[in-house]
Design a protein around this ligand. Structure first.
Ligand code: PHE
Length: 453
């Protein structure tokens, strides 16, 4: 019976929760993915829809996910078990937990590959390999990396092992210290890079691209990608934030904490955009060139700016760390669930890790041996297909179910008790968002991307 399962995971202080949740949210999604999907979907209008999704859908659901976790105090699957009992609802709701564990494993499988690119670039930058290169030779560095399955697999395997190490020891031990130093460091370096972008003649052009909405460039698919990214970047819809919520102390205010995490996350994404797009225009590159965007623009900047070697090295190191503090939260829900079944933490971690690693081979091969048409799924390669399926389908669907569960299934009195919001008006605004606005937005965006409306 789920109520008899004892939480074995311990509890965090509010500061550790904020650091861990920010560490989970800020990652490759902000620095690598946000700029390239913004480029692919035409800029300003996409960014606007993304920001609206963060405010109207992401933040309300994040509050819901944290409160579910804190009330259930277990892994997402068993938290749902506790909450359905309390609400006398169907056990079928546990599907939120199961699909979350699966989504985490799937995301992890391509996330480690991109994190591996960052490790490779860290070494190239440290050896001065980016200095004095033109845009073409920088592009060649990236193309060569993708063409080498061995290199890709080694870096992604090392990154997977790094993640397993932290999760195996328990999330708090390593994470707390690392995140405290690294998050401010990443922020500082990004601020420096924005300073560099300001010196380019194309800075204003980049800012216009990011913030001037041109709705003629936005498609129904673009709106779905913006919604999916709001979930991806806030680590929502798959139980990561729910799991962290289950470690959150009783006294901390959920609303304020979530607002802070979402604010920092959005800020980092917009800063990354303000660095990358001016460089794109300065060198007449294509904003819509795809997943390589960050890896061909920033190296050009590091190659030509003063102090480019230490700054470039530090930057790719920080990106690797940011990815690290996110990847931990991708597998933690599954590992926590297995430990609640009585499996020791290390074997649980290794088991999930092995599954992610096996799947990651598919992503590695997508760029070389399996790049041919005969290997395509949904008209694209394995890497893109897994990214697309998780971010644009599984996370919004998980988020929809979470919104319905918190908004309609849980008792209002229980929800109020967890949230402890002093301002009744704000509570009602959140209530309308999670019961009505967020679910309708997800359903409408799904329907329109399928061409139903
Ligand atoms: N939020 C992380 C990022 O932006 C990715 C992530 C998604 C992490 C889902 C955990 C859960 O990179």
């Amino acid at each position: 019976m789920s109520q008899q399962i004892k939480p074995t995971h311990g509890q965090w202080s509010r500061l550790v929760f904020v650091l861990a949740a920010t560490g989970s949210a800020i990652g490759l999604g902000n620095i690598w993915k946000f700029p390239y999907i913004t480029g692919e979907h035409g800029g300003g209008a996409f960014v606007l829809v993304y920001l609206v999704c963060i405010l109207a859908v992401g933040i309300p659901i994040m509050i819901g996910e944290v409160l579910m976790g804190r009330r259930g105090r277990l892994s997402p699957i068993n938290t749902l078990g506790v909450l359905v009992k309390e609400a006398k609802a169907s056990k079928l709701w546990k599907v939120i937990g199961y699909s979350g564990v699966l989504a985490g494993i799937l995301i992890m499988s391509f996330y480690t590959v991109v994190a591996g690119w960052s490790v490779d670039y860290l070494l190239i930058a440290a050896q001065g390999g980016l200095q004095g290169q033109d845009a073409d030779s920088i592009q060649a560095i990236f193309d060569n990396l993708l063409a080498s399955p061995g290199k890709l697999l080694i870096w992604s395997s090392i990154f997977t092992l790094m993640t397993l190490l932290v999760v195996g020891f328990g999330v708090q031990a390593g994470l707390e210290r690392a995140v405290k130093v690294l998050m401010p460091g990443l922020f500082l370096l990004l601020a420096l890079l924005v300073g560099y972008a300001l010196t380019l003649d194309t800075f204003i052009q980049g800012v216009h691209f990011l913030f001037d909405p041109d709705f003629s460039k936005l498609t129904a698919d673009g709106v779905l990608v913006a919604l999916g990214h709001a979930f991806f970047t806030l680590s929502l819809g798959m139980g990561a934030i729910m799991t962290y919520g289950s470690y959150m102390p009783e006294k901390a205010s959920i609303g304020k904490t979530v607002l802070l995490v979402a604010f920092l996350d959005t800020l980092v994404a917009l800063m990354a955009g303000m660095v990358i797009f001016p460089i794109v225009f300065e060198h007449a590159l294509q904003p819509g060139s795809g997943p390589g965007l960050m890896f061909v623009t920033l190296p050009i900047a590091f190659g030509e700016m003063p102090w480019g070697v230490p700054l470039g090295t530090a930057f790719f190191m920080l990106v690797t760390f940011a990815a690290w503090s996110s990847s931990i939260s991708l597998i933690e829900p599954g590992v926590a669930w297995l430990t609640e079944k009585g499996i020791a933490r290390w074997p649980a971690t290794l088991g999930i890790g092995l599954l992610c690693w096996l799947l990651s081979i598919g992503s590695v091969l997508s760029f070389n041996l399996w790049s041919g048409e005969q290997y395509q799924i949904f008209d694209t390669n394995f890497f893109d297909a897994v990214d697309w399926l998780t971010a644009n389908i599984m996370l919004p669907l998980g988020g929809l179910l979470i919104a319905i569960f918190v908004g309609w299934v849980m008792k209002d009195s229980h929800v109020r008790k967890e949230l402890q919001m002093k301002n009744e008006a704000l509570y009602l605004v959140w209530r309308v968002l999670i019961r009505i606005v967020a679910p309708i937005a997800v359903v409408v965006i799904f329907a329109s991307s399928l061409g139903w409306i």
